[in-house]
Design a binder for this molecule. Structure first.
Ligand SMILES: Nc1ncnc2c1ncn2[C@@H]1O[C@H](COP(=O)(O)OP(=O)(O)O)[C@@H](O)[C@H]1O
Ligand SMILES: [Mg+2]
Length: 284
C-alpha cells in the first residue's frame, strides 16, 4: 500500500485545483463518480451491476494520478454525511514484483484482508495507479517468462475486486493506466466509466506554465519577467505535444539553462524557457 489517509484532504484539494483539464471535464468526472457511488450504495447489484470502477487513461504525465487524488477528495466532500472517508492507494508494482508464488498471496491478502477490513469500517476510495501492472492482459503473456504466477495474480485480483464490489457498496475504485491496451479485458469490462485524459491544449499549456512560473516567482522575484503575456503566449505556442509534467519540469530546466547564470532562478530569461521548450518539442 502506497498511501492511506482520511478524506477530505487539503493536499488532494490543492491537486484538484492545480490540474488543468478540458472545459467541463472535472464536472463530468465528479458527477459521474458521485452518481455512481450513490447508485451503488442504494441499488442492489443484480439490478444495477456496477463494480464502482472508474478508469482514467492517457499518456504518462498528463495528470491522471493527480486527477484521481483530487477526485477522491471532491467525492468525499460532495457525498456528505458519511464521513470519515478512507482513501487507500495501492501500488501494483509492489504487489507483482514479489518473488514466484508470492504475488498471488499478496494480492489475496490485499483484497481479502486489508481492503475488506477497511471497507467494513465506512466509505472508501481505492486508487489503483498504473493498473495494467496488476491486471495484465493474460492473452499477451508468453508462457516463458513466469506466466503462471502472473495468471494467478491476475485471477486473484479479479476475484478480489468482484468480492469487494459485491460485499461493500460504498467503495469507489479509481484506476489509472498509461497503456489501456495492456489491461486484461476482464478488468476493462468491469470498469463502469472510462475517461481519457488528453494532452493539454494550447490554453491549458499556457495555464500550466503560468502556474509553475508563478510559484517560482513567489520565491525568486526575478522570474516574474517571464509572466509577461507575450512570453506565456510564445511558450504555449512552442510546447505543442508536451504533457503537464514536462511543462512544469521545463520551467525548472529553464532556470538551469545558461551556465553563466549559475542556476540562480532570479536570473532566468524568457529565452531560456523558449530554448528548453523548443528542444523538448523537437525531441517529442
Ligand atoms: N493537465 C495538467 N495540469 C496541470 N498539471 C499537470 C497536468 N498534467 C500533469 N501535471 C503535473 O505533472 C505532474 C505529473 O502528473 P501525474 O498526475 O503524475 O501524471 P500521470 O499520472 O498521468 O502520469 C504533476 O505534478 C502534475 O501537477
Ligand atoms: Mg500516474
Amino acid at each position: 500500500m502506497a498511501d492511506a489517509r482520511l478524506l477530505p484532504d487539503a493536499d488532494f484539494e490543492a491537486d484538484w485545483s492545480a490540474v488543468v483539464l478540458p472545459e467541463g471535464m472535472k464536472g463530468r468526472l465528479l458527477s459521474t463518480a458521485v452518481a455512481g457511488f450513490r447508485l451503488r450504495a442504494a441499488v442492489p447489484f443484480p439490478a444495477m451491476p456496477l463494480h464502482g470502477v472508474l478508469l482514467l487513461t492517457g499518456r504518462p504525465g498528463v495528470g491522471k494520478t493527480t486527477v484521481a487524488r483530487g477526485l477522491a477528495d471532491k467525492v468525499a466532500r460532495t457525498v456528505s454525511g458519511r464521513a470519515p472517508w478512507l482513501y487507500v492507494e495501492v501500488d501494483p508494482h509492489a504487489l507483482v514484483s514479489s518473488s514466484l508464488g508470492r504475488s498471488q498471496r499478496s494480492v489475496e491478502q490485499l483484497f481479502g484482508t486489508l481492503l475488506a477490513e477497511y471497507a467494513a469500517a465506512g466509505p472508501m476510495i481505492v486508487l489503483f495507479d498504473e493498473v495494467e501492472t496488476l491486471f495484465t492482459d493474460r492473452r499477451a503473456l508468453s508462457m516463458e517468462a513466469n506466466p503462471i504466477d502472473v495468471h494467478r495474480a491476475v485471477d486473484a485480483a479479479l476475484v478480489g475486486l468482484d468480492r469487494l464490489a459485491r460485499a461493500h457498496r460504498d467503495v469507489l475504485v479509481i484506476a489509472t493506466s498509461n497503456f489501456p491496451g495492456a489491461i486484461d479485458p476482464a478488468l476493462a469490462s468491469r470498469a463502469d466509466w472510462t475517461f481519457e485524459v488528453p494532452l493539454p491544449d494550447r490554453e491549458a499549456r499556457r495555464v500550466i506554465i503560468q502556474h509553475a512560473l508563478t510559484a517560482v516567482s513567489d520565491a525568486f522575484r526575478g522570474a516574474r519577467r517571464l509572466l509577461a503575456p507575450e512570453v506565456l503566449d510564445k511558450a504555449a505556442d512552442l510546447s505543442e505535444g508536451t504533457d503537464g509534467r514536462q511543462l512544469r519540469k521545463a520551467v525548472a530546466a529553464a532556470c538551469a539553462n545558461r551556465p553563466e547564470a549559475h542556476g540562480d532562478p532570479d536570473e532566468v530569461k524568457a529565452e531560456d524557457l523558449f530554448a528548453v521548450l523548443t528542444e523538448r518539442t523537437v525531441r517529442a
